[in-house]
Design a protein around this ligand. Sequence first.
Ligand SMILES: [Zn+2]
Ligand SMILES: [Zn+2]
Length: 215
Amino acid sequence: MPAAPAPRRDAAPSPGRRPSANPWRIDLRELGRRAGALQELDRTAPAPDGWKVELIGVPAGGEVQLHLRLESVMEGVLVSGRFDVPVEGSCARCLEPIADTLTLPVQELYAYEGSTTEATSEEDEVRRIDGDFLDLEPLARDTVVLSLPLSPVCTEDCSGLCVDCGLRLDDLPDDHTHETTDPRWAGLAERFGVPSDDPLASSPGTPGDDTTKEN
Ligand SMILES: [Zn+2]
Ligand SMILES: [Zn+2]
């Protein structure tokens, strides 16, 4: 027979520390357990460190806006609404800095301890209510990280960088080109000719013998 669970050390309010200190942690005593009870929740909470993927993420401490509605249902609390999340990163094509705000809709059931939903679901399937508190941070983190693009772009039609000079193509004139020829190809071009629409057709080519040396 298993021993009785040890008393939770964090269950008792510690003196001098207000439960509202963490804006992600929602005190449900105001909402109550009567099914149908509603509570609007509009607040700002700081993003913790680590909400990021390779090229883009939420700056640590960035202000995440919560626009949520809490609804008491039989099994727990239904959270719906949206997070407005500041993101910073760089364009996957041209490396320009990106700053944007993502608007992420959410709808999630948090199950009461001892509810049927809690009893019939795995720990990682359904979010749980911890006593009188509901922790929104894991929900926000999962929502944000799953929404971050792996290849963010500064604009949908960003042309990226010039492969020759590395400058941003969208900042360059439309006719930007480089009329350089790899010296390894110059000999071949001289021997076999080049297409007539190639600007190199009028160039004198590379002096020297016509054997191509790689080294
Ligand atoms: Zn770009
Ligand atoms: Zn260029």
